[in-house]
Design a protein around this ligand. Structure first.
Ligand SMILES: [Zn+2]
Length: 138
């Protein structure tokens, strides 16, 4: 097992030595892999084996580290999103500047129930690509 742990939040993940995609995680040894937990800006480093490390595939850990979310956070089908957003109260939003100063980039919606709906662009419109839990109260 290869164990990777966040230097900031101390959360650890374990990846099998037999995982064919293990080379994806080589960058972690250089301190360049972001913590995959939402609301944590720490970096993953290779660590000693930990009993509480969550077993995960190299591909899923890599994708989550790149901001795509864990597999359970990427369940964003139209049925789930309709159920989640219909009648929901938005507590806060995350926005960024657009090239056009008269427009805004909408990044995520934080709902009153604590769910954070992350939005990205596509040629067909906005895409909900992951749903996380708000753990910082914002
Ligand atoms: Zn972390």
């Amino acid at each position: 097992m290869m164990t990777l742990a966040c230097q900031k939040c101390q959360t650890a993940w374990a990846v099998s030595d037999k995982d064919p995609e293990l080379p994806l995680l080589v960058i972690a040894a250089r301190g360049l892999m972001n913590c995959p937990k939402s609301n944590c800006d720490g970096q993953l480093i290779e660590a000693k084996k930990r009993a509480r490390a969550r077993k995960i595939s190299a591909t899923e850990l890599y994708q989550a580290s790149c901001g795509m979310g864990f597999a359970f956070e990427r369940q964003c089908g139209s049925r789930e999103i309709t159920k989640l957003l219909s009648g929901a109260t938005i507590k806060s939003i995350s926005v960024g500047p657009s090239i056009d100063p008269h427009k805004t980039v909408l990044k995520s919606l934080t709902l009153e129930n604590g769910k954070v709906v992350h939005i990205g662009p596509s040629t067909q419109g906005a895409v909900v690509f992951k749903i996380t839990e708000n753990t910082d109260g914002g």
